[in-house]
Design a protein around this ligand. Structure first.
Ligand code: DX5
Ligand code: ZN
Length: 219
């Protein structure tokens, strides 16, 4: 298969050993660092914010894929650009003027990502898809790591892939939540380009080896 990306989610890292875990990702076959920012309003959990991202950025050597689970993300676009984000993903459900938000992210030199919750229909992205660099399909309800994968994700991925083709867009499809070696191949076959995995990688005995195994399944 084409260049499939693996983005380990640091939400499942050991925060007491954050540098060690960031370096594990640096030295692995992973492609991006996935960073989950939660505000306790858009989702019922608070993860970490700018000072922690700054510490991550100091050690990270791969692109930072920042997933904002926050209300009114427009307020912080410039801040996350300054913190070194390569991909900045906002939630469809958190944006009243999604088109404007996408343009603002791109104006700061980042790839513009849009995440959609499990209840949000793919068709709602039809009018903006050509402007979106990455769509993150949530395969769990956002807010927590370690939840189980929602099976409807396969169909959503296929529908989105068809839309991207139909519109001649270049949008990448990312899947976030409950990704394991059991569903990885089927997700790629359905059209995914980037797989985020938190618990499956960091709670395994040998995270570096687990990333290697995911890459093998996808090659
Ligand atoms: C969920 C986050 C995910 C999460 C994935 O709200 O967006 O990135 O860390 O964790 P796992 O892979 O454990 O489901
Ligand atoms: Zn995420």
């Amino acid at each position: 298969t084409h260049n499939i990306k693996i983005a380990p989610s640091l939400l499942a890292a050991d925060f007491g050993n954050l540098q060690r875990d960031v370096e594990m990702v640096n030295n692995s076959e992973a492609d991006w660092h996935h960073i989950d920012i939660m505000d306790g309003v858009f989702v019922p959990n608070i993860s970490y914010g700018m000072p922690v991202l700054k510490a991550i950025q100091k050690h990270a050597t791969k692109p930072l894929d920042v997933h904002l689970m926050i209300v009114d993300p427009d307020r912080y676009i410039k801040t996350f650009a300054d913190l070194g984000a390569s991909v900045l993903t906002v939630h469809y459900e958190a944006c009243n003027h999604l088109h404007r938000t996408i343009q603002a992210i791109k104006a700061e030199g980042m790839m513009a990502g849009v995440a959609i919750n499990p209840h949000t229909n793919i068709s709602l992205l039809e009018d903006t898809i050509k402007d979106i660099d990455l769509v993150c399909i949530m395969s769990v309800n956002p807010g927590f790591g370690g939840q189980s994968f929602i099976e409807n994700t396969y169909e959503k991925t296929r529908t989105l892939k068809a839309m991207i083709h139909g519109k001649r867009a270049k949008t990448l499809i990312e899947i976030d939540g409950g990704v394991t070696s059991k569903n990885a191949k089927a997700l790629i076959n359905a059209g995914a380009d980037v797989l985020v995995a938190g618990s499956f990688i960091f709670k395994s005995d040998n995270p570096t080896q687990t990333i290697h195994e995911l890459k093998e399944i996808l090659s």
